[in-house]
Design a protein around this ligand. Structure first.
Ligand code: NDP
Ligand SMILES: N[C@@H](CC=O)C(=O)O
Length: 816
């Protein structure tokens, strides 16, 4: 039965493939990504979402087809086995065609398949003496034709290209690519305004003989095609979702490396990394082409990007191992022989005195034949390798020392730095154990993750937070891997994935920030290349706090000084908590109440200890505390207000303090933390801003603030008459029917606990089951630049400590 491609939108305006761009991208799909009809349909969806017309799609043979073809080559002398295997191959291919194509389309491919199978059958008579490579080529040819037909039927026109008509290898020059001829060919073969489906793995020589590009040759085909096409991006869609800091099947603390420096990626390939292959990166070095490794099983995940990056990516360290190596020792290597060995067998290591080479076992037979033919006497030894790979890692003393520490008490045969400086190599005369590989990984990477830090809001508090950042980063091991990567104000943002120099952050922001909108910010955040991203919201903006839902959905952690989200509607607040729990995002809000005072932590600790909060009361506004402590009638109230504003205690608009809104929000945040469900409007609130000052801009309000003076002078007089003082008090208490909550101006006795605070201090009285007759009191400065910025730093350190011990399970579909 023909399978359907789901959700294909034929409406031109919605078809993502309609946007034709001048640049070409190359997408390569490996065999396991194209293993069966369901996989191919998934690939079609990926192409719809990620490709555009004129892009090149490079394909491997479907599933295990190449293995089946190899088996046929081997069983040519066994008629019965050969016939069974050939029938199976034909049936498998025919099944794919019938499942995916309508009758007309299927008929053409089935006819071709029959002819190809007949060719294989005929060639078996002379044991494929001349046609081994022609037979192997069928895997990719069938795969390309099938995908082109499925795309043409369901998405857009697609043109299958036989790479043998394009990629010409020079048999007189070690089968190097004839670049000029291949470039001319690719231009001639590609068709405009469609997708070009290109066979991986195969090429031809000048005589037209089929040649293959070796193990994992399709990746190489993709990067060669990208080079010839001057493409911008190559994506290797495979069955793993990126390159890891070690093989995740062996090291379960391995981290995905989101960005890999070109030279480091090349070194990993050279040393036998299972995802990146030795040749793959070679064609990319001359152009600035980005290579991505992504999973076709989880296309929404960001994979690994390979390119030219700055310091953060360059600091990545990984561990690779290879148990399938052979060391060849000889005193007879001459320059010419070594040159040949280098070109043909990709040695992993060559001794400085030219008396030994280490090569992969896959080249062993060929290499040994070659040396015998040269009459060179040699001896061989199986060896294994554990390598620490990173940008110029051989020159990084601390990594070298850690690696050596991990190797202590092992019978290591040799320890050297690679000649390019990008790896440290430890060779052993036996297989490397899983324990040792884990130990090395843990020692050299410290299992640390890169944490990106974005700061939104660079005002009164944001600037102070930023000023304190360099010293914090230098001082605290917990912040070792924190990188400032984004700064934003209401209209401009500076994002630099390579990191923003913290000591010059404000200057860089002035120079380089660009206008942005939330959509752009979210787009960048959705693709950030860090293990964790922390956003510190030091804005007063409700509109900005509305983005938290999207942040949490993307697993981004938020530290808020902004009180809007914490005091939003019950529905919105609960949705945030649910999403955050679902995605593992952390949300730290310590400074939203009491600035740096640990009142939020105290409530959490009490609840964790099994206590219950019965009452919360106190002075929650630093501004109002400062104003009413200092207001004795000698200065007008409006003058004191101006003073509080200048000291950085007030909200950006001081009416948010005077109206009681700021205190109302804080009481709501604490009540919610204590486990109660209520809305802001459930808290009775006394507004001290007269109607005449409500509708004005902040500047207009400040210009007319003297209109407040008479009201507050009267209130002070009233308090004095009662031998008391004015205080703006928040009160929340549990009742039999639920709770009672209000914030407002009170006249308190002069010896009341709330009446004798240092100006600007907050006081929080927590009455709980454990602290009933003698409530728990937390008191201290509750507003201001230093304490608030300090509180935010405290949240950052606590968060980073938690993230350091967070374990992320690696999902592996297998490594092809
Ligand atoms: N003062 C204190 O003691 C305490 C303050 N807080 C909270 O800290 C926050 C910041 O206060 P403060 O520094 O005094 O405020 P400021 O007005 O001095 O600075 C606010 C900053 O936020 C930016 N901003 C405003 N809207 C947005 C937006 N939509 N997107 C991105 N950036 C935006 C502003 O950018 P632009 O310049 O472009 O407008 C500015 O850089 C407030 O939420 C406050 O409640 C919390 C505890 C204590
Ligand atoms: N404006 C606020 C600042 C802290 O939240 C206050 O005065 O308390």
């Amino acid at each position: 039965m023909q399978q359907q491609v789901q959700n294909i939108e034929f409406n031109a305006s919605l078809n993502p493939l309609k946007q034709v761009e001048v640049t070409t991208n190359v997408h390569k799909f490996g065999g396991s990504s194209l293993a069966n009809a369901a996989c191919i349909l998934r690939v079609v969806e990926i192409i719809k979402d990620n490709a555009k017309l004129n892009d090149f799609i490079v394909v491997s043979a479907n599933g295990k087809t190449t293995d089946q073809l190899f088996e046929l080559l081997e069983s040519a002398d066994n008629d019965q086995l050969f016939a069974t295997q050939l029938k199976q191959l034909k049936d498998d291919q025919a099944a794919l065609i019938n499942e995916l194509l309508d009758n007309n389309q299927a008929a053409q491919l089935l006819q071709q398949l029959t002819a190809d199978i007949e060719f294989i059958n005929t060639e078996s008579a002379n044991s494929f003496k001349q046609s081994r490579n022609d037979v192997l080529a069928f895997g990719e040819l069938w795969s390309a034709k099938l995908l082109a037909a499925v795309l043409s039927q369901n998405v857009c026109k697609a043109n299958a290209i036989d790479a043998r008509k394009v990629l010409i290898l020079d048999s007189g020059n070690n089968f190097q690519l004839n670049e000029q001829l291949s470039k001319t060919n690719i231009t001639a073969e590609k068709l405009a305004n469609q997708l070009n489906i290109f066979t991986g793995f195969i090429a031809s020589d000048e005589q037209g003989n089929t040649q293959t590009l070796g193990r994992n040759g399709s990746d190489y085909s993709a990067t060669i095609a990208a080079h010839l096409l001057n493409a911008q991006n190559v994506t290797l869609w495979t069955d793993v979702n990126g390159v890891y800091s070690a093989d995740p099947r062996i090291v379960n603390t391995a981290r995905k490396l989101f960005r890999l420096e070109n030279s480091v990626a090349k070194e990993l390939g050279r040393l036998g990394n299972p995802v990146l292959h030795a040749n793959t990166l070679n064609p990319l070095t001359t152009h600035n082409i980005h290579l991505n490794v992504a999973s076709s099983f989880a296309p929404q995940d960001s994979g690994t990007e390979i390119g030219a990056f700055g310091e953060i990516a360059k600091s990545e360290i990984s561990v690779t191992h290879n148990n399938e190596l052979i060391k060849i020792d000889s005193t007879e290597f001459d320059v010419k022989t070594l040159e040949q060995i280098n070109t043909r067998f990709q040695p992993i290591y060559q001794c400085q005195n030219n008396t030994c080479i280490v090569i992969s076992q896959q080249f062993a037979d060929l290499a040994l034949h070659y040396l015998q033919a040269q009459n060179i006497t040699f001896s061989t030894l199986k060896v294994s390798l554990i390598a620490v790979v990173g940008y110029q890692v051989a020159n990084r003393g601390e990594i070298k020392a850690r690696f050596k520490r991990a190797l202590k008490h092992t019978d290591i045969a040799q320890f050297v730095g690679s000649s390019n400086g990008h790896s440290l190599l430890a060779f052993f005369e036996h297989e490397s154990s899983v324990e040792l590989i884990n130990k090395v990984h843990s020692q050299v990477t410290k299992d640390s993750r890169n944490i990106g830090l974005v700061i939104a809001g660079l005002g009164n508090i944001g600037k102070r937070f930023l000023e304190m950042l360099p010293q914090q980063l230098n001082r605290l091991p917990a912040l070792e891997n924190v990188h400032l990567v984004g700064l934003a104000t209401s209209k401009k943002a500076l994002i630099n994935t390579d990191g923003i120099e913290v000591n010059q952050a404000l200057e860089l922001f002035q120079q380089d920030s660009l206008a942005y909108d939330n959509q752009l910010l979210l787009e960048w955040l959705s693709q950030h290349p860090y293990d964790e991203l922390v956003l510190v919201d030091i804005t007063p903006s409700e509109q900005f706090s509305n983005l938290y839902q999207a942040f949490f959905e993307q697993g981004i952690h938020v530290i808020s000084a902004n009180k809007c989200a914490g005091s939003s509607s019950t529905k919105a607040y609960n949705q945030l908590l649910n999403t955050q729990q679902l995605t593992g995002s952390q949300w730290l809000v310590n400074t939203t109440v009491g600035a740096g005072l640990p009142v939020n932590y105290a409530i959490n600790d009490l609840l964790n200890s099994g206590d219950e909060i019965n009452e919360v009361a106190g002075i929650f506004s630093g501004t109002l505390s400062w104003l009413f402590s200092n207001f004795d009638g000698s200065l007008a109230f409006s003058q004191l207000l101006q003073n509080a504003l200048e000291q950085g205690f007030t909200e950006p608009d001081p009416r948010d303090d005077l109206s009681g809104l700021d205190v109302q929000r804080k009481l709501l945040i604490l009540a919610r933390l204590a486990g109660f469900e209520l809305e802001l409007t459930d808290i009775e609130c006394q507004n001290l801003v007269p109607n005449s000052l409500i509708g004005l801009s902040t500047d207009e309000f400040l210009a007319q603030a003297n209109l407040l003076d008479e009201y507050f002078a009267d209130k002070l007089h009233e308090a004095k008459q009662q031998n008391g003082c004015l205080r703006y008090v928040a009160r929340f208490s549990k009742t039999d029917s639920g709770y009672k909550a209000k914030v407002g101006l009170e006249i308190l006795a002069n010896d009341h606990a709330f009446a004798n605070l240092t100006p600007c201090d907050n006081i929080f009285l927590l009455t709980t089951n454990w602290y009933q007759d003698n409530p728990l009191i937390i008191q201290g400065p509750g507003a201001g630049r230093d304490v608030t910025a300090g509180g935010l730093h405290s949240d950052l350190v606590n968060l980073c400590r938690e993230l350091a011990v967070k374990t992320k399970e690696v999902e592996i579909k297998g490594i092809n």
